[in-house]
Design a protein around this ligand. Structure first.
Ligand code: PLP
Length: 232
């Protein structure tokens, strides 16, 4: 059986090869290790193997795991990659270093308010619903430019990039290319796209952040394998 360190080395090697084959600098790609549903012991195994950037999709689960890990290892960088409710905005601002799922005015306003209150300013990505799936979070492609402008100019959020989760049954390359195009025209340098099944293609198409869970940690327990982020 492979260890966490083996799997991390494998994924890192693949990211590096994909970047080089696309003429990109591999250090421009950040691997976000998605540790949702896995315990702190599994995160510690990855820490020991040198991984520092982690992603969680639920605020409450991250609150149970990461404060202790962060105080033991202050250079952890924690990303929120799942939907955020306004009543969790303060907790999210206090715990996360990056929030990848900003997708509506109410959340943008709540984050701005809590950033002022808490005195921390996590970098923000705008989540784009590139497949325009009704059940999925994210801003519709046609609305992204106006939403980015509102986040920057009205809410004064530190917006750095875009994030997407393509439809499961469609060619992800089309969605990755679309996200890259929208990021470029909005002058946004960071692009979060690609998961275990397609992160190499995402790197080839310009991802600066890939979010990899099962390829690093193994399969998630079946009961917890809910759709990554449907909105209630
Ligand atoms: C769970 C999750 C991932 C990781 O998925 P894997 O297929 O296990 O790599 C990436 N992004 C988001 C938003 C997720 O919820």
């Amino acid at each position: 059986m492979s260890t966490g360190a083996d799997r991390l080395a494998e994924v890192r090697g693949r990211i590096e090869a994909a970047a080089r084959s696309a003429g990109r600098d591999p250090t421009d790609v950040t691997l976000v290790a998605v540790s949702k549903t896995h315990g702190a012991d599994r995160v510690r195994e990855m820490l020991e193997a040198g991984q520092r950037v982690f992603g969680e999709n639920r605020v409450q689960e991250a609150q149970e795991k990461f404060p202790a890990l962060k105080s033991a290892c202050p250079d952890i960088e924690l990303h929120l990659i799942g939907p955020l409710q306004t009543n969790k905005a303060r907790d999210a601002v206090m715990l996360f270093d990056v929030i990848q799922s900003v997708d509506r005015q109410r959340i943008a306003a709540a984050l701005a308010k809590e950033m002022a209150h808490v005195g921390r300013r996590p970098a923000c990505f705008i989540q784009v619903n590139t497949g325009e799936e009704p059940q999925k979070a994210g801003v519709a492609p046609a609305d992204v430019d106006a939403f980015v402008a509102a986040c920057r100019d009205i809410h004064k959020l530190p917006v750095v990039g875009l994030m997407c989760i393509p439809p499961v049954d469609e060619e992800p390359a089309l969605h990755f290319a679309l996200l890259g195009k929208i990021a470029a025209r909005n002058g946004l340098p960071k692009i979060s796209m690609g998961m275990s099944a397609d992160y190499e293609m995402a790197v080839k198409l310009g991802a600066t952040h890939v979010r990899v869970g099962s390829a690093l940690f193994g399969a998630r327990p079946p009961l917890e394998t809910a759709a990554p982020e449907t909105h209630a």
